[in-house]
Design a protein around this ligand. Structure first.
Ligand code: BTN
Length: 226
């Protein structure tokens, strides 16, 4: 896969979208001035973090298998953290936490045509040795903070690129969901429910037990608190 390394960009996801080519790309930026998070939020992207978008094109990738794209992105990040001795947990569907704080977020933007995914852009932001701004220090951490030592960003990038080449399974993904079987809180716009997390299905839905009723939840519907 071709690798592009930028000094500064608005958003690596937007950079990929603007490219009019079917070449698969991995675009890194040292910093982003308009980093995008999920649900229309912004993603602070200061120097020292790893900001990357992986753009892939497909001929025949059923939209039903969209979760596979998320699995490969999230597990590649988890393996990368493990390469540096860090033990992450995935907060379904696509946040990665260490010691209860977010260390990585992912923003996946797919393009569909006739029930198929023709292009995916997997945007990943890992807090490596960037400063964590005071507004989010209660909920976010970095590799540097967890390890208590400085890191070489290039080494983290190289590990990530190697892990990107692997094809991971749902079992690999579930290995990082250590909270299955426990009580979690699901929050929608109008209500908060405490449920027991039972499983993650092949298509990426969270199976929960709510007062004896089995419910399948989609990530778009709720936010999850562990
Ligand atoms: C989230 O936690 O809400 C998702 C954050 C995703 C951030 C990454 S950084 C690289 C890529 N470019 C963006 O603008 N966003 C993603």
């Amino acid at each position: 896969m071709k690798i592009i390394e930028l000094e500064e960009v608005g958003s690596t996801n937007e950079y990929c979208k603007a490219i009019d080519s079917c070449e698969d790309l991995c675009v890194f930026a040292k910093r982003q001035t308009a980093g995008k998070g999920t649900k229309g939020r912004s993603f602070i992207s200061l120097d020292g973090g790893l900001y990357v978008s992986v753009m892939r094109h497909y001929d025949n990738f059923s939209a039903e298998n969209a979760f596979k794209i998320m699995i490969n992105g999230c597990v590649a990040v988890c393996k990368t953290l493990e390469n540096f001795g860090i033990h992450p947990v995935i907060r379904w569907a696509n946040d990665i936490l260490v010691n209860g704080k977010k260390i990585c977020g992912t923003l996946i933007e797919n393009t569909f045509s006739s029930g198929k995914i023709i292009r995916s852009i997997v945007g990943i932001g890992i807090n490596v040795k960037n400063e964590i701004s005071s507004e989010i220090e209660q909920i976010a951490t970095s590799m540097k903070e967890v390890l208590g030592k400085n890191l070489n960003l290039q080494e983290v990038k190289s590990a990530f690129i190697s892990n990107l080449d692997c094809d991971f399974s749902i079992e690999d993904y579930k290995r990082y969901i250590s909270w299955l079987g426990q009580s979690v809180t699901l929050k929608t716009e109008d209500e908060v429910r405490v449920v027991k997390a039972v499983d993650v299905t092949e298509n990426g839905r969270l199976l929960v037990d709510w007062c004896g009723n089995m419910l399948e939840i989609s990530a778009a519907e709720v936010s999850l608190r562990l």
